[in-house]
Design a protein around this ligand. Structure first.
Ligand code: DAH
Length: 341
């Protein structure tokens, strides 16, 4: 066990430890030099064969070597761990300068928006909001509105019936809510009724489900001029302050007299185009003075109270306001369409 030999072993151990790249290799070296059967352990065991006079010196050298190699291994272990932690931190670090993922913010459907706008205008004029069921009985949808069985005016609505006896149906208009409210409340009644209605129809201007807003005012003194004034204010606010408005005589069983209300065409400003079929006018709602028979049906005395009513389609108003030419677009749920409004 020459001095040179020991120096060589020490140098070799140091070189190997320095070059090691990971814990596994380091552990192997640790075992190779310091393990139970390791080089140094064996050298120490061989001490007994060393000449007496040299033993103390060699023993001291071997112990120093053992300590030195041990501390080299320890240092290396710390270094490898440090590098590993650094790499992990780097790998997991978040680049806070990257742009965030955009949040897909939703918004109200255009029909809901227009509905809210219509409601706001009437609420400011003193109307309360009332609602009623979408599955109705024949009585409320037709009979109480002055359309008994077999009344030809029932043909104005392509009705979807629910039972085979034709007693229950999907309401074809919001007018039945007039009856429901008047049955419960005594005059004065001043309401609007927003809601869904259903008809057996489907083309570019008709959908099987659409929305209406009904209006009703019953009081001691209500005149046709009140109706005209209220609807004119409404139409000027929802379309434009310079929109033209005209009332045409018409027929509805639940009003007498009845009228259809037109606005000047919002596309061509009254000159005549495809949308208004060259007339310059567009029909926008139905209205009239509540038929005394309807008042009687709810137990009101037509000698004492009088009223007006009106009804409009929300999709139609939205289409004219936004220049939409196919009603089906509202219900296809195509976000490219809906996001525009
Ligand atoms: N209910 C009618 C319809 O759906 C619209 C209507 C017309 C309602 C005249 C009214 C009215 O209240 O007075 O076609």
């Amino acid at each position: 066990m020459s001095k040179n030999e020991l120096t060589r072993i020490k140098k070799e151990a140091r070189d190997q430890i320095i070059q090691v790249k990971n814990i596994k290799e380091l552990d192997e070296l640790k075992i190779k030099y310091l393990g139970k059967k390791g080089i140094l352990t064996q050298l120490l065991r061989g001490l007994k064969d060393v000449a007496q006079e040299e033993r103390a010196q060699v023993g001291k050298t071997l112990n120093e070597m053992k300590e030195e190699i041990g501390s080299l291994v320890k240092d290396k272990e710390a270094k490898i761990q440090e590098v590993a932690i650094g790499a992990k931190l780097k790998e997991e670090s978040i680049d806070i300068t990257l742009p965030g993922k955009p949040l897909g913010l939703g918004k109200l459907h255009i029909i809901t928006q227009v509905m809210e706008e219509i409601k706001d205008i009437f609420i400011k004029m003193g109307f309360a909001v009332a609602e009623g069921p979408e599955v109705e009985t024949d009585y409320y949808n037709f009979e109480a509105l002055n359309m008994e069985q077999e009344h030809p005016a029932r043909d104005m609505w392509s009705t979807l019936y629910i039972d085979s006896k034709n007693n229950t149906l999907l309401r074809t208009h919001t007018s039945p809510v007039q009856i429901r409210v008047m049955e419960k409340e005594s005059p004065p009644v001043r309401i609007i009724v927003p809601g869904k209605v259903y008809r057996h129809d489907l083309d570019i201007s008709h959908a099987p489900m659409f929305h209406q807003v009904e209006g009703l005012w019953v009081d001691k003194e209500v005149t046709f001029s009140d109706l005209k004034g209220t609807l004119s204010i409404f139409l000027k606010q929802i379309f434009a302050s310079d929109v033209g408005i005209r009332f045409r005589p018409s027929f509805f069983p639940f009003t007498e007299p009845s009228a259809e209300v037109d606005i000047s065409c919002v596309i061509c400003k009254g000159k005549g185009c495809r949308v208004c079929k060259g007339t310059g006018w567009i029909e926008i709602l139905g209205a009239g003075m509540v038929n005394p028979r309807v008042l009687k049906n709810v137990g009101y005395n037509p000698e004492e109270v009088i009223g007006y009513a009106f009804g409009m389609g929300v999709e139609r108003i939205a289409m004219l306001k936004c220049g939409i030419d196919d009603i089906r677009l509202f219900f296809e749920n195509d976000l490219r369409f809906l996001k525009q409004f």
